[in-house]
Design a binder for this molecule. Structure first.
Ligand SMILES: [Zn+2]
Length: 213
């Protein structure tokens, strides 16, 4: 799947996750990093006003989703993320074939742990040497981290819809998995139609949620 389609599909899926979390927790948005009530906060009909903390958490969540939704394609030299970080792409492509380790469940778990250590070290160093980040900023960083992992999982889910599929258990198994009910060629017109259909579906669902739930 193309990078921009990954971003569009993942953002729509993240809006659903966002809304479900709000429905389940009912926490005030400023009080919790997991409370991101898209329908009640971002649509024009919203009665509440956004605070700085709301915006911070929303930016962290959706920013993490965008990064995670393109990150696994660092294993392809012509991908969107490889154009942004060519040095990282050169390192990954030197030992990793496209749609193998960066797309599988063991690979995503390992990368998430590695990324977590990097982020924690970076934040710790920043806190110690530049200035101490507020509790909200640390929450936002943690939310960003969780969202990148979710974005990576969504990326592999989306690639599972393509003909090539994804070896979800690589390197334990090299067998690719596909969905039985939906398959298309990467970058094809069908791919765009599926992404558009999903966005419209989510949009209608969010509108229904706003007015009737
Ligand atoms: Zn991919």
């Amino acid at each position: 799947m193309k990078g921009h389609n990954h971003i569009a599909f993942s953002l729509a899926a993240a809006a659903v996750v966002n809304t479900l979390i709000f429905d389940v927790t009912h926490l005030s948005m400023a009080g919790s990093p997991v409370n991101l009530a898209l329908t009640e906060q971002l649509l024009p009909l919203a009665s509440q006003t956004l605070t700085f903390t709301d915006l911070l958490y929303k930016s962290a969540f959706y920013g993490g989703i965008v990064l995670g939704s393109v990150a696994p394609d660092i294993d392809h030299p012509k991908s969107l993320i490889s154009h942004l970080f060519p040095w990282a792409s050169r390192i990954v492509t030197s030992f990793c074939k496209h749609r193998t380790l960066t797309h599988s469940l063991p690979g995503i778990v390992a990368a998430t742990i590695f990324w977590g250590i990097l982020l924690a070290l970076g934040l710790g160093l920043f806190n110690a040497t530049v200035f101490s980040l507020s509790a909200e900023m640390m929450h936002a960083a943690f939310l960003f981290y969780l969202a990148t992992a979710l974005g990576c999982l969504l990326h592999s889910f989306e690639d599972t819809m393509t003909f090539a599929g994804i070896p979800w258990l690589y390197p334990l198994s090299k067998r690719s998995q596909h969905f039985a009910f939906i398959r298309f060629r990467s970058g094809s017109l069908t791919e765009y139609a599926v992404v558009l259909f999903f966005i419209v579906l989510v949009g209608l669902g969010l509108l229904y949620h706003l007015f009737f739930v």
